[in-house]
Design a protein around this ligand. Structure first.
Ligand SMILES: Nc1ncnc2c1ncn2[C@@H]1O[C@H](COP(=O)(O)OP(=O)(O)OP(=O)(O)O)[C@@H](O)[C@H]1O
Ligand SMILES: [Mg+2]
Length: 226
């Protein structure tokens, strides 16, 4: 379903270049649950950003069902992203002026979900993440871990078939990490394709497949059929 061929990304600075990804190739089936691991600076976020169409590759292709997203026009790419991908950012990206409720309502409004249903879906997802007491708080009144869970809740409400998550448990304690990972596992059972970056072996153990990056190269793959 997702085919990555010889993906290379070079960031060009004024003084020097950084090869963030170096000839990375792999393929994933629909419904895969994959953990991407590797040291800081190994290219994990870069890979996820390119997969999600947030950044472009220097070389190589990313095919979703045979379509090269690098070749889509900005409008087509935007449409593709809206329909297929939900992103959990490393740095949350919540809207500061919006309450938790309003932050979560945004993706539902984008799907034209009715008010009553919006209310129900938001309260359900907040409950499942232990956040029901924070519904009407602003993001800066929350701890890092609480913000991270709100960001995850928002991406779940997007209902996209592909979830890309950049260290979704990075700011969480053990209890909340298991809570979040159980949620990912439930989404996986529903048939979502999940690609998740983590430094934590315990988190990676929830996934059925692991990709290990080092200095921009894919040095190890385990699990899965391909
Ligand atoms: N916008 C950018 N401009 C220049 N260099 C960048 C940019 N973004 C990332 N890099 C460089 O590319 C390399 C890979 O960065 P990336 O953010 O993908 O790493 P990462 O594996 O996600 O690390 P971390 O675990 O710390 O989040 C690093 O050397 C980084 O300095
Ligand atoms: Mg990163």
């Amino acid at each position: 379903m997702i085919q990555v061929n010889h993906l290379t990304k070079v960031y060009k600075g004024k003084m020097f270049e950084t090869k963030a990804l170096d000839d990375v190739s792999f393929s994933l089936q629909e419904g895969s649950f994959v953990a991407v691991m590797g040291d800081s600076g190994s290219g994990k976020t870069t890979l996820l950003n390119i997969l999600g169409g947030m950044d472009s590759a220097t070389q190589g292709e990313v095919l979703f069902f045979g379509t090269d997203t690098q070749k889509l026009s900005p409008g087509q790419l935007d449409k593709f992203r809206k329909e297929n991908i939900s992103f959990v950012f490393q740095h949350f990206a919540l809207i500061d002026e919006y309450t938790v409720y309003e932050n979560l309502e945004a993706p539902l409004l984008a799907r034209n979900v009715k008010k009553k249903v919006r209310k129900k879906e938001i309260s359900e997802v907040l409950k499942s993440l232990g956040l029901e007491d924070f519904t009407y708080q602003l993001p800066d009144q929350l701890s890092g871990g609480q913000r991270q869970r709100v960001a995850l809740a928002r991406s779940i409400l997007c209902k996209a078939p592909i979830i890309l998550a950049d260290e979704p448990t990075g700011a969480l304690d053990e209890g909340n990490t298991s809570r979040v990972m159980e949620l990912f596992q439930a989404l996986h059972k529903e048939g979502k394709t999940i690609i998740l970056i983590t430094h934590d072996e315990k988190v990676a153990a929830y996934a059925e497949r692991m990709l290990l990056l080092r200095d921009g190269r894919l040095i190890k793959q385990s699990g899965g059929q391909e």
